[in-house]
Design a binder for this molecule. Structure first.
Ligand code: HAM
Length: 419
């Protein structure tokens, strides 16, 4: 028996109501802030992510699904969507048609990470990108939208962490300082952190190794070495968050796993989902467009892991999406009436109602059992004396009340069902 690949998961019909409820909340919030949906291809040229996200990041160096296709092009299943959205804006000159493009998306992403609770190889994100403005109000807007979506789902055990990663110049200066601080401690670091010392020194702050953490606790912090512009930008972001009643924590050690950030970086973490605690993450990326070969266009955004959010909802029992219901089940007393059932089902379905019937020619009793199982609000019974008189019985399953209609009085039947 062939099974789904490790780290991938089927989302079965029973899981769908909660996915749909999450998607509806996300769409509502994004559309209130006037963001428009964008869909980009699932695979892209490898260089887009390698240059956009950064060669030395874990995503690019260890986790991407990259392959050479039949035309000898190196392609990659997208590990995230920010680089794709920025590419699409530049490719279609959206930034020339409109100063600021406010975009949102949903979709599967791919990273070959070690699977565990809340971490998959194919997972789903929703996210937003505001491309074309350097206004700190837009940074704050991203955090507020993420916060609003997550709290609308009823989640409680949250911390909003924010930091400023400054401008590349001040960051480069700071990295020198950090390397200097670590220079006589390199031997004491874990193997992974020794590598990062060479390639991506700030990511040592993310190390889970106890000794690394001890060493990093005393390390100089970027936030103490920020330039004036970054400090001012950060101050304005914090002010807007405060006036929007978003409680946040400044975490000077928050570095994020992607290289494209400048200024604001943020994450919303939850204590309800185990070690993979980041429900979402994002920040500003003013240099990303240039990195992938376009002109310089400032941008900011975030993305959230949908599986993680749903896991948090489940663990906190925060919302009960309503179960699926069908409007009408058409049951027949006699096999020979199958065509009458099909005709009626088609007519009523075309009037925007959910209609079901038995495709397996089972007994009337079995059909009624199925009508109950699928939560049908009404059952229409075709057959018996009523049918001989050209009539049908409609039964309201909530209270057992029965109504008789002419079998071809579709409009009246629909009126009764829709109330
Ligand atoms: P990220 O932090 O790599 O950022 O991912 C965002 C969120 O996706 C994470 O907080 C997590 O909830 C979810 N996620 C990431 N990897 C996995 C996984 N293997 N399994 C399940 N969920 C996962 C980005 O992707 C950036 N594009 C965010 C952004 C948008 N920055 C600016 N604009």
């Amino acid at each position: 028996m062939i099974k789904a690949i490790t780290g991938t998961k089927d989302i079965l019909p029973v899981d769908m109501p909660k996915w749909h409820a999450l998607e509806e909340t996300v769409r509502n919030v994004f559309s209130n802030f006037n963001y428009k949906e964008i869909r980009t291809p699932i695979f892209e040229e490898t260089a887009l992510f390698a240059r956009g996200i950064g060669e030395s990041t874990d995503i690019v160096s260890k986790e991407m699904y990259t392959f050479i296709d039949r035309s000898e092009t190196s392609v990659t299943l997208r590990p995230e969507m920010t680089a794709s959205v920025v590419r699409s804006v530049i490719e279609h000159s959206l930034h020339k048609q409109q100063g600021l493009n406010k975009l949102y998306y949903f979709g599967p992403m791919f990273r070959q990470e070690r699977p565990q609770a809340g971490r998959f190889r194919q997972f789903h994100q929703f996210g937003a990108e505001g491309i074309g403005s350097n206004d700190p109000a837009l940074d704050a807007e991203m955090i507020i939208m993420a916060y609003d979506i997550i709290t609308k789902l009823g989640l409680k055990n949250l911390t909003v962490k924010i930091n400023s990663l400054g401008l590349p110049e001040s960051r480069e200066e700071y990295k020198k300082l950090l390397r200097e601080y670590l220079s006589d401690k390199v031997e004491l670091l874990s193997e992974e952190s020794r590598k990062r010392y060479e390639t991506n020194v700030m990511r040592i702050f993310d190390s889970k190794a106890e000794n690394d953490q001890k060493i990093m606790a005393e390390a100089p912090l970027l936030i103490e070495h920020l330039d004036e512009e970054s400090l001012e930008h950060f101050k304005l972001v914090k002010e807007i968050l405060t006036s929007a009643n978003v409680i946040f924590e400044v975490d000077p050690k928050l570095v994020r796993g992607l290289d494209y950030y400048t200024h604001t970086a943020f994450e919303i973490v939850s204590t309800s989902v185990g070690s993979q605690s980041a429900l979402c993450g994002g920040g500003r990326y003013n240099l990303l467009s240039k990195e992938i070969g376009g002109e310089e266009i400032p941008g900011v955004g975030f993305a959230a892991g949908m599986e993680r959010i749903l896991l948090a909802c489940e663990n906190e029992k925060s919302f009960e999406p309503k179960e699926y219901e069908s409007d009408l089940y058409i049951a027949r007393l006699d096999k020979s009436l199958y065509n009458v059932v099909i005709d009626n089902a088609i007519k009523i379905r075309r009037n925007n109602l959910i209609v079901e019937y038995d495709y397996n020619h089972r007994s009337f009793k079995a059909q009624m059992r199925e009508a109950n199982k699928i939560n049908s609000r009404f059952v229409m019974i075709v057959g018996g004396e009523e049918y001989e008189r050209g009539e049908t019985v409609l039964k309201d399953m909530s209270n057992g009340e029965q109504f008789t209609f002419k079998i071809d009085a579709t409009t009246d039947i629909i009126k009764k069902i829709t109330g």
